[in-house]
Design a protein around this ligand. Structure first.
Ligand code: GLC
Ligand code: CA
Length: 558
């Protein structure tokens, strides 16, 4: 395989709205990113992925695009965007942007024409979206064609009286799905993609990429996900984009496809695939659900962490891509809770568990994506009121929980444990109340722990979570960890995360207690030949003894 620029990418995901507010209006912005590029560079980041920066009514924080060619005034102007590109490129950093192709905002001019029978271009744009006349129920009353459920809860069909038709939206009702079978629509999107490439972006993260094709027979089902997810034809659309735009421009393109199978993985992101370069799948993200919980079901039902499931998932995906592509390593993104609250322990062992999570992930082969704030151990929200939340999904699901019979307190707990706002609070740069994110009241409340958890304080401490990330990412570079070999040890053990890594100049042994209880375990090797390289607590004189979340990295020269 010919070496590509992105084979040693260390990616950092910036949730633009929450990263750094430069003009003091309470909203993160593009100039804010520029101010922090040197910080990112100092962490050994060489690629940033910026969440949607397009003009949008912000029903879903920009995943609802109103104008693909315009920067949201919340974030700046096209000149600010060009400044970001120039400032990053000056520092040898690459810039990826989100590309939202499954839907637009209902305020996009295409949809305004599509839903209005009197609009002069109605005929042309109506078919850019997915419409249905509806069917008759047994009382001859019109109803939607299916009971399919949207990813944000509630029906996928929305009625438009002026047309006497329903449109399909698999996310919020302000996000109508585009009709990818329409070639004129595809040409319009390709023109738009070419425009951003021309401007100088180095790649994309393609949002919701496995949903582009739908089952146009519209069979009834509930929730019916299989009728709008991963249908074979969506691969054809992706190939069309890759052959015409992504490959000729040597971009790094990351697809998002929850539930991808082994076969599909290589189809998406194998070296000879002509679709993406990397794949974001979610198999390890919700390894702690409780199937018995009917009040706050699905991802909202918090249960016990199934550690073997996480390890098997890592092992499986690394094996799939071995010599055939690169695996994408990440703990979480803007759609999951903060990992230290989720898989670690933000109450009693905050620092230790955050480091344990870093040791266990960032010595594995593949291309890492670090989510903003993860490097200082930012935690879930500490909100007490429903109106402190912002995410559109929170409000539909809260109502569902109450309808299921949950109390307000129970519903609030499910939100605090699992909702997406957990990972969207302002970046905690310093100990001041708004964390140095903004002098203005931020668009979403800052976590009150910013006094204890912030960049400035951790910069001063050599052993902080932040400096642990710095060290591990630097090691990834010097030891070419992206291409290392990994062996999982005692993979079915429900408490330990033990791996052996063969890197460029050393072998590494990561020994971690992933749980909150003290354990005594058999060690996989006699440790006398190994040197203790990193540890998150002073080791006991019996090395078989592990404190809660204790983790150590040993190494040995090759
Ligand atoms: C993806 C994004 C998510 C967004 C959805 C709709 O899953 O990661 O944040 O809400 O697509 O665009
Ligand atoms: Ca701002």
């Amino acid at each position: 395989m010919e070496k590509k620029w992105w084979h040693d990418a260390i990616i950092y995901q910036i949730y633009l709205r929450s990263f750094q507010d430069a003009n003091q209006d309470g909203i993160g912005d593009l100039q804010g990113i520029i101010r922090r590029l040197d910080y990112l560079k100092s962490l050994n980041i060489n690629t940033i992925w910026i969440s949607p920066h397009y003009d949008s009514p912000m029903d879903d924080n920009g995943y609802d695009v109103r104008d693909f060619y315009k920067v949201s005034p919340d974030y700046g102007t096209i000149d600010d965007f060009k400044d970001v590109l120039a400032a990053a490129h000056e520092r040898d950093m690459k810039v990826l942007v989100d590309l939202v192709l499954n839907h637009t905002s209902d305020e996009h001019p295409w949809f305004l024409a599509a839903k209005d029978p009197d609009h002069p271009e109605h005929e042309h744009y109506h078919d850019f979206y997915i419409w249905h006349d509806g069917i008759l129920d047994k009382n001859s009353k019109k109803k939607p064609p299916t009971r399919w459920i949207s990813w944000f809860g509630g029906p996928v069909w929305q009625y438009v009286p002026a047309l006497d038709q329903y449109y399909l939206h698999i996310f919020s009702k302000k996000m109508p799905d585009l009709n990818w079978r329409n070639t004129t629509m595809r040409e319009e999107l390709k023109k738009m993609i070419a425009w951003w490439i021309e401007l100088g972006v180095d790649g994309f993260r393609v949002d919701a990429s496995n949903h582009l094709e739908k089952n146009w027979e519209f069979p009834d089902a509930k929730p019916g996900y299989e009728h709008f997810s991963s249908l074979p034809k969506h691969h054809e659309y992706l190939k069309e984009l890759a052959r015409e735009l992504f490959i000729p421009n040597d971009l790094l393109v990351i697809g998002e496809a929850g539930g991808a199978t082994r076969k599909e993985a290589l189809q998406y992101a194998g070296f000879d695939s002509e679709e993406f370069n990397l794949l974001i799948q979610f198999e390890h993200c919700w390894a702690d659900t409780d199937d018995q919980n009917v009040l706050t079901p699905g991802k909202w039902a918090k249960g016990i962490i199934d550690l073997p499931k996480i390890k098997h998932s890592f092992a499986k995906w690394i094996e799939i891509f071995k010599n055939r592509g690169y695996h994408t390593l990440y703990w979480h993104n803007h759609d999951q809770p903060r990992v230290v609250s989720h898989y670690g322990n933000d109450k009693h062992h905050h620092e230790r568990s955050a480091k344990m999570l870093a040791y266990t992930l960032y010595l594995l082969p593949g291309i890492p994506i670090i989510y903003y704030g993860e490097e200082i151990g930012m935690t879930n929200v500490d909100y007490t009121e429903l109106d402190q939340f912002r995410d559109v999904e929170v409000f539909t699901e809260y109502n569902n929980f109450i309808r299921n019979g949950a109390s307000h307190n129970l519903a609030m707990q499910a939100l605090k444990d699992r909702c997406r706002d957990n990972a969207r609070t302002p970046m905690q740069w310093d100990p001041t109340p708004n964390g140095g994110f903004s002098a203005h009241q931020p668009w979403i409340d800052t976590n009150r722990n910013t006094k204890a958890i912030n960049v400035t304080t951790q910069e001063k401490d050599d052993t902080s979570i932040l400096n642990t990330y710095r060290k591990l990412l630097s090691l990834r570079k010097s030891e070419d960890i992206a291409n290392a070999e990994v062996t999982f040890i005692d993979i079915d053990n429900p408490r330990t995360f033990f791996v052996k890594i063969a890197a460029k100049t050393h072998d590494y042994l990561v020994l971690a207690n992933f749980k909150g209880e003290t354990i005594h375990v058999d060690l996989p090797e006699d440790l006398t030949a190994w040197q203790l390289y990193l540890h998150n607590t002073e080791p006991h004189h019996h090395p078989q003894h592990f404190e809660p979340y204790e983790a150590r990295i040993y190494r040995k020269a090759k």
